[in-house]
Design a protein around this ligand. Structure first.
Ligand SMILES: Nc1ncnc2c1ncn2[C@@H]1O[C@H](COP(=O)(O)OP(=O)(O)OP(=O)(O)O)[C@@H](O)[C@H]1O
Ligand SMILES: [Mg+2]
Length: 267
């Protein structure tokens, strides 16, 4: 392999979206949108309302199909045509509106869709007749929350309708990473949270940064992004108008890119 080739390989982003275009009728939500995030990196994604942030995220999670463009993981083109494709590709997501089930407990929410069943009578009873192994699910949920140092959710076996917004957000994040994904996408994880709950979620995100995980956070709160991100991608009207390293960029420059849309890719 030539030197040039191996250097190129080294710099392949973990997740790359290349020239993604998506229209809803007359609305062009994404126009040749490029996006990348590396392993070990926390990437912010910002832009005004309607800039196309959530649409990009829904394409990366297989909820929407792009009209054109490709997604690659570690340099390999990856078809994401359904949410299951995204899970198989190691991508998990916490949506803008939290999709937790009010009538289930914390541990049942973490295990929703991948419940642990009692194994006795394994050959005799079909799966739908086997009871849930709530003890094992609770023990696993407790262990994953402890690993994340989330200690504010005391009762894992009670319905979650008594949990605060911050606790719910932490639970939704714990659920997302429980599936062993190495790409975590968060759509406005701190919107609608009070100060201390926001701090709780930001400190959880800092703990999630590991060398083999790529994290993307959509937010309108630049100060929150400055607390946890390495770089920020700015979108305007469905396009990437700049990727900024936060060590070298002031909030004013980011705001200028959001509002005026100056194209300054890779500062
Ligand atoms: N399912 C849909 N049907 C029709 N139009 C849509 C649909 N989803 C998104 N859009 C349009 O696409 C554009 C981009 O929307 P999107 O939700 O991606 O923006 P956003 O950057 O996430 O905004 P916000 O910050 O308000 O969440 C908007 O004009 C929106 O109205
Ligand atoms: Mg959105």
């Amino acid at each position: 392999m030539s030197k040039k080739h191996s250097e190129n390989d080294k710099h392949k982003p973990h997740l790359l979206a290349n020239s993604i275009t998506k229209s809803f009728g007359a609305v062009q939500a994404l126009k040749h949108m490029d996006f990348e995030v590396n392993k070990g990196e926390v990437m912010g994604l910002v832009g005004d309302n309607g800039a196309g942030k959530s649409t990009l995220l829904r394409i990366l999670t297989g909820v929407e199909k792009p009209d054109s463009g490709e997604v690659s993981i570690d340099g390999n083109e990856t078809k994401i045509s359904s949410p299951q494709d995204a899970v198989n590709a190691g991508i998990s997501v916490v949506y803008q509106s939290l999709a937790l089930c009010e009538n289930l407990s914390a541990s049942e929410n973490v295990f929703l869709g991948k419940e642990i069943l009692y194994t006795y009578g394994a050959n005799f009873y079909p799966n739908i007749l086997k009871p849930l192994n709530k003890y094992l699910m609770e023990a696993e949920t407790k262990r994953s929350l402890e690993n994340l140092k989330v200690d504010s959710i005391k009762y894992l076996n009670q319905k979650i309708n008594g949990l605060s917004g911050g606790q719910r957000q932490c639970l939704a994040i714990a659920r997302a990473i429980h599936s062993n994904s190495d790409i975590l996408l968060l759509d406005e994880p701190t919107s609608a949270l009070g100060l201390s709950q926001t701090e709780q979620v930001l400190s959880l995100i800092k703990k999630l940064r590991t060398a083999d995980r790529a994290i993307v956070i959509i937010s309108h709160h630049l100060s929150h992004l400055y607390e946890v991100c390495d770089r920020i991608t700015v979108m305007k009207a469905g396009q990437n108008v700049g990727v900024f390293s936060l060590h070298h960029t002031s909030e004013e420059e980011i705001i200028r890119a959001i509002t005026i849309g100056e194209v300054v890719i890779n500062k």
